[in-house]
Design a protein around this ligand. Structure first.
Ligand SMILES: *Cc1c(COP(=O)(O)O)cnc(C)c1O
Length: 855
């Protein structure tokens, strides 16, 4: 075999009239715009298949003969002109955002460790990346001036196959960026590629180039360290997603955060794109962007405290994990070295920067061992960095918001979890990407049962073909000869109720819960009249032996010659497969350990296609579930909840019972004439018309724009005014220093009997030390008193300063009236909080004074 010593990828020179093809292929809008995709495919249908549906690769193999044929094909050229014009309009016309008000940011930077936009740009491992991809696409559709920032991994995530005995095998194909839908970011004039540099300990320099993907109207910048001028270690920093050890991971995150800001500045300088006013961290991995922005401001002469206030005002942090073990943490001294002399030297600010990520007992994350225990080396925690450098933070579903407030309550001691300033935006999915064309072509509100059923059957049929093709390839790969595989033609049946379960394989997702009672599952699969078929897919992290064992257990079950026609495991779950899977299944199964699924989005993508959800009430399903849209697998409670085995048994039994008693009978209920199942289709219709609007990425993006980006912009603009950040920083340090001398001295609530409709007059004396009355707010918190003497359904009444001066003891009086609007046990307490117009919430500074216990 002759091996090439160098690789070149030859980009075709397109005839003049076909030039617009280049732009259509490079702009990833084709991945969600069916007409563009059809046009591109028609250039060379065979080449399209061979290239895995990637138009850039297809164009690099299309023959010159075919190109000159197309260059003279007037019908083709007409379509090309129309579609190229449509893309131009799409990219430039005013959209929702352009009408949504002047108080919105001029630009938003969105940093994420992974982006899943299309299978043709495999830079994702799972939900986090695909969510980021959907975020960019929805931003593009709505005209939000967003710039994505990430890394370009030369091997992406791994490709999965199976050994003969069902053990996960990992391959890391090399991606050549020149063959991907990317362009190198170059200095004006086009010649010199932009270089981003980071100083590393030991006098080394990390160089990165910047690739640009076009996602409709949204640019996505991907930093790539695979450069000859780097040493071998630096070259490998962007080798793969979530590989390598602690230091490797830290270097990736430094490149993403610090290098990402530098790449962004270069991009804005070169393209004239407005500078971002809001920076959005999609998970803690991107946290170092705040470090770089503080450094930029320091360089321009802003002091650390003012810089921190300014950066916080314009930063949004989204947390994605309810599992403390899922948070990225690094030894503090390792981070210190990278921000120290000879490296990215933060100078005198280094200790302050390190403190932003530092764990201590107080910031111990609830329910975990993630707080640095006494005696263990201190840790730098990326979620803490996110929370301390972003004035606004959110979880990704209603339930996850609540779980996050509990989890991070330690950062706001004394406050109720409900008051912890972490909100939520429930994730959404990009309809045009994830809805099958056949389904988009029908208006579910008006389609007849017969039509809808026909569409569902078409999608199921396509899935059956896909399952067989992938299963055959997998068996060949596992060593089977073609002749042994005749049975694969009988795998799956387009008329059989089809369940799907596909996701990454961390243990909390419980890939094998369905195997808990194998006999019961077998009966469901092999039922003579009303069988069920199940398609399963998912990758385990390469270092996760436990996950690989689960996959093997499932594969072995599915290998059983008696069952293999009804249950399959398909290797190499990815976006390409996912689209067919979501669309073709009738029921999408999700059975995580509640509440460990932050949101989950695969069930949403299935719902877009009229697939019904069967799920534990976790993540998004906790807020969206409704008997009209699917089924809720009951979560074990009581003693069973505490014992993992019993919990699995109880929840699996619930799952089987739902299948046996409700789902299977409803799907096969065909009336006398073999009609479509009316009650089933009523659920499909309800899912499509009522559930779908709640789970769209459009809705998610509007939520982010209106509830997060807009207030962040106002906050940032206010602080960017001359002197404003210094003044606010001065306030913050004044209240922090003065707070130990703030006391509630006396509370008086009169002696009148409490009657419904009346009020309780309250008067409070507080000592403020060096602080002024305007620096604080004094509140009464009222509510029902429950058995433990705590306040349920608390409501806040702000007390007003009474008189313009303190009493002779230096105490200020605050007073107000508490309405008695309900009967029953009623109580109140009072408290003092900092108050300043630039604070987003009262708890923001984590300062709180309550009356001394005796009062
Ligand atoms: C949507 C998606 C995921 C995430 O699904 P979850 O429900 O969040 O587990 C993972 N991988 C692929 C390929 C997806 O399309």
């Amino acid at each position: 075999m002759v091996k090439a010593i160098r690789r070149y990828s030859v980009r075709p020179v397109l005839p003049e009239t076909l030039r617009p093809l280049h732009e259509l292929a490079l702009n990833l809008r084709w991945s969600w715009h069916a007409e563009t995709r059809e046009l591109l495919r028609s250039v060379d249908p065979e080449g399209w298949e061979a290239a895995g549906g990637d138009p850039v690769r297809m164009l690099s193999t299309v023959s010159a003969g075919r190109l000159s044929e197309l260059a003279g094909d007037r019908g083709f050229l007409r379509r090309l002109t129309v579609i190229a014009g449509d893309l131009r309009d799409y990219r430039t016309e005013p959209r929702w955002y352009q009408q949504a008000g002047a108080d919105l940011p001029r630009a938003v930077a969105y940093f994420s460790p992974e982006f899943g936009i299309t299978a043709a740009l495999p830079q994702y491992s799972g939900g986090l990346g695909i969510l980021a991809g959907d975020h960019l696409k929805a931003a593009s559709d709505l005209g939000v001036p967003l710039i994505g920032v990430g890394l370009l991994y030369r091997h992406g995530y791994f490709r999965q196959s199976l050994s003969a005995d069902g053990w996960q095998q990992e391959q890391y194909p090399v991606l050549d960026p020149h063959e991907l839908p990317l362009e190198l970011l170059t200095e004006p004039g086009g010649a010199a590629p932009v270089r981003v540099m980071l100083a590393l300990p030991g006098g080394r320099t990390l160089h990165a180039q910047v690739w640009q993907a076009r996602v409709g109207r949204v640019p996505l910048l991907l930093l790539d360290s695979g450069l000859a001028e780097n040493g071998p270690a630096e070259r490998d920093i962007t080798d793969r997603l979530y590989g390598g050890g602690t230091e490797h991971r830290l270097l990736q995150e430094l490149l993403l955060g610090i290098g990402g800001v530098r790449a962004l500045r270069a991009y804005c300088r070169i393209s004239g794109h407005p500078e971002p006013e809001v920076f959005h961290m999609n998970e803690g991995h991107a946290g170092f962007l705040a470090v770089e922005r503080i450094r930029e401001l320091a360089e321009a002469g802003t002091g650390f405290d003012a810089a921190l206030r300014l950066v916080r005002a314009g930063t949004v942090f989204t947390t994605h994990t309810p599992v403390p073990a899922g948070i990225d943490r690094f030894p503090l001294d390792l981070v210190a070295r990278h921000l120290g002399e000879g490296a990215e030297d933060a100078g005198p600010d280094r200790e302050r920067l390190l403190a932003l990520g530092r764990e201590d007992e107080r910031t111990t994350v609830a329910g975990s061992g993630t707080g640095s225990a006494p005696g263990t080396p201190p840790q730098f925690n990326m979620a803490l960095l996110g929370l301390r450098t972003a004035q606004r933070a959110n979880g990704v579903s209603r339930l996850h918001g609540a779980v996050s407030r509990e989890m991070f309550n330690g950062l706001w001691p004394g406050f109720d979890p409900a008051e912890v300033p972490i909100g939520h935006v429930t994730n959404g999915v990009h309809a045009a990407t994830w809805t099958a064309d056949e389904m988009s072509a029908h208006d579910p509100a008006h389609a007849s049962d017969t039509e809808l059923w026909e569409v569902r059957r078409t999608l199921r049929e396509r899935l059956v073909h896909e399952v067989r093709a992938r299963l055959r390839a997998s068996w060949r790969q596992r060593g089977a000869g073609q002749a042994e595989l005749g049975w694969i033609d009988e795998v799956f049946d387009p008329g059989v109720l089809t369940l799907g379960f596909a996701r990454r394989v961390p243990s909390y997702k419980r890939l094998t819960l369905m195997l808990k009672d194998p006999e019961r599952l077998r009966r469901l699969l092999l039922h003579p009249e009303r069988p069920v078929q199940i398609v399963v897919a998912g990758k385990a992290h390469p270092a996760d032996e436990g996950g690989k064992r689960l996959i093997q257990e499932l594969v072995r079950f599915a290998d059983d010659p008696l069952l293999r026609r009804r249950i399959v495991f398909l290797p190499d779950y990815g976006m390409g497969m996912a689209r067919t899977l979501y669309a073709g299944c009738d029921v999408w199964l999700n059975n995580p350990l509640r509440p460990l699924e932050a949101c989950g989005t695969s069930g949403m993508k299935a719902a877009l296609n009229g697939c019904l959800n069967l799920s534990v009430r976790d993540g998004w399903w906790d807020e969206a579930c409704d008997p009209d849209f699917g089924w809720e697998i009951p979560t074990a409670d009581g003693p069973a909840a505490a014992d993992p085995d019993r919990r699995d048994a109880v929840e699996a039994a619930g799952l089987y019972a739902l299948l046996e008693e409700q789902i299977v009978p409803r799907f096969y209920d065909r009336g006398r004439g073999g009609d479509p199942p009316a009650r089933w289709l009523a659920m499909v219709r309800a899912t499509l018309t009522r559930l779908v609007p709640m789970i769209l990425a459009d809705r998610m993006l509007r939520d982010y724009v209106l509830e997060f980006y807009r207030p962040a912009t106002a906050a940032h603009r206010a602080l960017a005014a001359p002197g404003a950040a210094d003044a606010f920083a001065g306030y913050v340090s004044r209240v922090r220093n003065g707070w130990p001398r703030v006391f509630v001295d006396h509370v008086d609530s009169g002696d009148e009997p409490a009657v419904l409709g009346g009020v309780i007059p309250v008067s409070v004396r507080v000592r403020l030390g060096e602080l002024e009355p305007a620096d604080v707010e004094v509140q009464a918190v009222t509510g029902r008193v429950d058995a433990e003497d705590t306040l349920a359904d608390p409501a806040v009444v702000t007390l007003k300063p009474d008189g313009g001066h303190p009493d002779l003891d230096g105490r200020w009086t605050y007073a107000g009236e508490l309405p008695l609007d309900r009967t029953g046990p009623f109580g109140f307490t009072v408290r003092v909080l900092p108050a300043h117009p630039r604070l987003a919430t009262g708890p923001e500074l984590a300062l709180l004074t309550l009356p001394a216990p005796a009062d």
